[in-house]
Design a protein around this ligand. Structure first.
Ligand SMILES: Nc1ncnc2c1ncn2[C@@H]1O[C@H](COP(=O)(O)OP(=O)(O)O)[C@@H](O)[C@H]1O
Ligand SMILES: [Mg+2]
Length: 246
């Protein structure tokens, strides 16, 4: 069964400023899908529409059999009811909270009891290898560890879908490489449905089951990393992949 489905989804900001247009995509359960394309091609807007932070102006978005957004029929499920986990590059951890409180934050809205929160946070901190650092403040952590706190916060409420928007761009090359492998390993182990945004071809090809190449708000090609690399279907994809390999 498809887990996330876009049917003719569009986002028209104003006039003829289409950030995303005619977007059709199916993401399967436990699949790692990357949105790949240059800056301004509509990756973040599409991710925000999945989360419900941005309303699509056209088309239908479904999670399993549930319509989460369908403007034509005035259907719109707010973000807090979508049960989606997020980690954004600019969406850093809260400096005044320690690691435990940062990660526990999404659970506090669910009115869980303290013991359950403690258990869930401990589990997820083990997954991202931050156990033992519960009391640390973000300024006592490395850049990579701070990204892991943000990742743990996205994972802690066992999201239906995890969304990552260029989460590694602030890290140095060596750490980025390790985090790519770790994120992929966690995604496989937890069988997460994950949508990953990047402008980095290498990153998309290394991590994903499926890559969606985007250009000017539209999909150029959908395929496995091998399909995209070996048989680019448009001039744009060919050039984009080519540039990335240098
Ligand atoms: N709030 C907004 N109002 C108007 N235009 C926007 C808004 N957000 C994004 N856009 C436009 O939509 C397009 C896609 O942006 P974005 O989704 O951020 O691209 P990407 O993440 O691929 O860099 C860009 O042309 C951008 O200027
Ligand atoms: Mg973006």
């Amino acid at each position: 069964m498809s887990h996330l489905q876009f049917t003719n989804v569009g986002k028209l900001f104003s006039g003829d400023n289409w950030a995303v247009k005619n977007f059709n995509l199916t993401v399967n359960n436990a699949e790692f899908v990357s949105f790949l394309g240059p800056s301004g091609c509509g990756k973040t807007t599409t991710l925000r529409m999945i989360a419900g932070l941005e309303e699509n102006t056209h088309g239908v978005i479904k999670f399993d059999n549930d319509i989460v957004s369908d403007p034509e029929n005035k259907k719109y499920l707010p973000p807090e009811k979508r049960h989606v986990g997020m980690m954004f590059q600019s969406y850093a951890v809260w400096p005044h909270m320690n690691v435990f409180d940062n990660v526990a934050y999404p659970l506090k809205f669910q009115k869980l009891d303290k013991a359950t929160i403690k258990k869930e946070v401990s589990q997820v901190l083990k997954i991202v290898e931050l156990d033992g650092l519960e009391e640390r403040k973000p300024n006592e952590l490395s850049g990579g560890q701070q990204q892991r706190v943000a990742l743990a916060r996205g994972l802690v409420m066992k999201p239906r879908i995890l969304l990552l928007d260029e989460p590694l761009s602030n890290l140095d090359a060596k750490l980025r490489e390790k985090m790519r492998r770790d994120i992929r390993e966690i995604q496989l182990r937890l069988k997460l449905t994950l949508v990953y945004v990047t402008h980095d071809q290498k990153e998309a090809f290394q991590m994903s089951d499926k890559v969606v190449v985007m250009n000017k708000g539209q999909i150029e090609q959908i395929g496995t990393p091998a399909e995209i690399q070996n048989s680019p279907s448009t001039q744009f994809v060919r050039e984009f992949v080519e540039i990335g390999s240098h």
